[in-house]
Write a protein of this length. Structure first.
Length: 219
């Protein structure tokens, strides 16, 4: 098993941070959030550009053996960031706008879900997008739910960067986005459970979400 030299790990981090910083500066110059630049940096350093134009350099900077290590570091960073988002979340403001949060969440899910469900038909006719034995109904629910999933960390970054963290508008947006994700992932779990014939997958997903909600509300 190949190990990742510490110096090479620092090189990868430096390349990623410098590229993200440069792309973020460009995005801010055109009035866009810096997180958009960070996404573009990932595309530039990935197989879409660097890997296509200079595969040798890409393979040297980001060899396949190092990807598990980078993935674990990314998960740690994402966990810590979401923890700070939770620290700034104003539950007192949310309690005054619970109905609004559910309304905004439903409105934000309705259009993407409908578009995804309608796309399922043409995708099934074209073939190659779904596994064997998938019914049109399951494909429609899966595609619609997948379209509803929110890029929650990006939403949180944009809210924080725009100075909306801790405000009624920012709290409402975060609450609505989290409700979108909970509903979408439950639908996806339901489809996966139905395809695999495992009803317990759906039950455990619902029970887990309910238990998590009760713990957060109680403690």
């Amino acid at each position: 098993m190949n190990t990742l030299p510490l110096g090479h790990l620092f090189l990868q981090i430096a390349v990623i941070l410098i590229t993200c910083k440069l792309c973020s500066l460009v995005m801010r110059r055109v009035g866009q959030p810096s997180t958009i630049g960070e996404m573009i940096a990932g595309v530039l350093l990935g197989p879409s550009l660097l890997g296509a134009l200079a595969p040798e350099i890409s393979a040297w900077i980001f060899p396949p053996a190092t990807k598990p290590v980078m993935n674990e570091l990314a998960q740690i960073g994402l966990t810590l960031y979401m923890f700070t988002v939770g620290l700034e979340f104003r539950t007192d403001l949310l309690s005054q706008r619970v109905r609004s949060a559910f309304s905004v969440s439903f409105a934000g899910m309705a259009a993407p879900f409908l578009i995804g469900a309608l796309l399922a038909g043409p995708l099934m006719r074209e073939g190659g997008f779904y596994g064997d034995g998938i019914s049109h109904g399951m494909a429609a629910v899966f595609t619609g739910a997948a379209m509803c999933v929110t890029a929650f960390p990006m939403l949180a970054r944009i809210i924080r960067e725009r100075g909306l963290a801790g405000t009624p508008a920012g709290t409402l947006a975060l609450a609505s986005g989290s409700l979108d994700d909970v509903a979408a992932w439950m639908l996806l779990a339901g489809v996966v459970g139905a395809v695999q014939g495992d009803v317990y997958l759906v039950v455990w997903t619902i029970l887990g979400a309910g238990a998590y909600f009760l713990v957060c509300r109680t403690f």
